[in-house]
Design a protein around this ligand. Structure first.
Ligand code: HEC
Ligand code: HEC
Length: 288
């Protein structure tokens, strides 16, 4: 309940005029230092608003004309100039030379990670872990080879993209749709493929498939399904599958074929970046 503002007899300070059940509130002033600091921040804020873009209205820049966006090109140019000597070295060096030089190697791995996230992760996954149809680059199961030079060749020339005479990967025939096999023969061959990893669901069919495999498939995939890197024909006697290893996926592959495509990167990326990517992919865990 409001009462009159008066001097408190004990502390000598004024009251605020608020009273509850006989208790009165003292009007203690703010400390001086606090008040002055507060005024200073108000003045600072006003000066800031005048000089810098502080009001969120597009085009309102403040007296200095400075904007974060305007400052960016200069910062980027400075950064480019800073790393250019290193990029020049990376452009000239071979992957093996980069791997042997700790300074170049560290730079290549860091830069390669960024470039990979930009250009490659969309298909191969952020850590190169792969996805159906897009091979894992982090394991030691290689379609075309995991040595530095082999990885670089794949990146440079691409896979079945028709962009380079040195591209990777030949075409697997589509056995059903071209009439090379009947549906029953496709089924038997698929059973034989599954039997290579001990997963045949019908031993008799797998037995019939063995001859079909040897006649139609072994020239590319090897007599025991060991694969062939020169052609990019995947290994079939391990548990790593590019397009899926269950029976339906294997039948589909044999019947209609598959044709994974990757663009050629040599005309699209700075040669220094191709080198950095080579080192980075090699470091992901499966490098040979
Ligand atoms: C001319 C060579 C060639 C012949 C013949 C061939 N393949 Fe292939 N096969 C390939 C290539 C190359 C790939 C990889 C395709 C890709 O990556 O796009 C492949 C992929 C596969 C895959 C997918 C493997 C995975 O990891 O997902 C299976 C399964 C397969 N072949 C089975 C067969 C069978 C069974 C036959 C015989 C009926 C056969 N292939 C005949 C070249 C061949
Ligand atoms: C458009 C999707 C796509 C993009 C983007 C892509 N790749 Fe690929 N990459 C593929 C496919 C598909 C294959 C395998 C093709 C096949 O044989 O079926 C492949 C294969 C590879 C291989 C061969 C792996 C092996 O087992 O031998 C390497 C290495 C590779 N890619 C690296 C890269 C790098 C580095 C980049 C980024 C510059 C990249 N890829 C970007 C789709 C892509």
């Amino acid at each position: 309940m409001p009462t009159k503002i008066e001097k408190d007899a004990i502390s000598g300070q004024m009251t605020t005029g608020h009273e509850w059940d006989g208790l009165k509130e003292l009007d203690t002033p703010m400390p001086r230092w606090w008040l002055w600091t507060f005024y200073a921040t108000v003045v600072f804020a006003l000066v800031w608003v005048v000089i810098y873009p502080a009001i969120p209205v597009s085009g309102l820049t403040g007296l200095s004309g400075w904007t974060a966006r305007g400052a960016l090109p200069a910062e980027m140019a400075a950064e480019r100039a800073r790393i250019e000597p290193m990029l020049a070295r990376l452009r000239e060096a071979s992957p093996a030379e980069i791997a042997a030089d700790p300074e170049m190697r560290a730079f290549a791995l860091a830069g390669g990670r960024g470039a990979f996230n930009n250009a490659c992760a969309g298909c191969h996954g952020a850590g190169g872990q792969g996805a159906p149809g897009f091979p894992s680059l982090a394991d030691d199961d290689w379609l075309f080879g995991g040595k530095l030079d082999e990885i670089q060749h794949t990146i440079r020339h691409g896979v079945r993209a028709g962009e380079s005479d040195d591209q990777r990967g030949i075409a697997m025939p589509a056995f059903l749709s071209t009439g090379m096999m009947t549906a029953a023969q496709v089924n038997d061959t698929a059973e034989y493929v599954l039997s290579l990893t001990g997963r045949a669901t019908n031993a008799e069919a797998a037995g019939r498939g063995e001859a079909l495999f040897s006649e139609n498939c072994a020239s590319c995939h090897g007599e025991r399904g060991e694969g062939n890197r020169d052609m990019g024909a995947p290994r079939l006697n391990d548990r790593i599958w590019l397009f899926g290893g269950d029976k339906a996926a294997v039948v589909r592959t044999i019947a209609y074929s598959r044709a994974g495509v990757m663009p050629s990167w040599q005309g699209r990326l700075d040669p220094a970046v191709v080198n950095m990517l080579t080192l980075y992919v090699h470091s992901l865990g499966g490098g040979e």
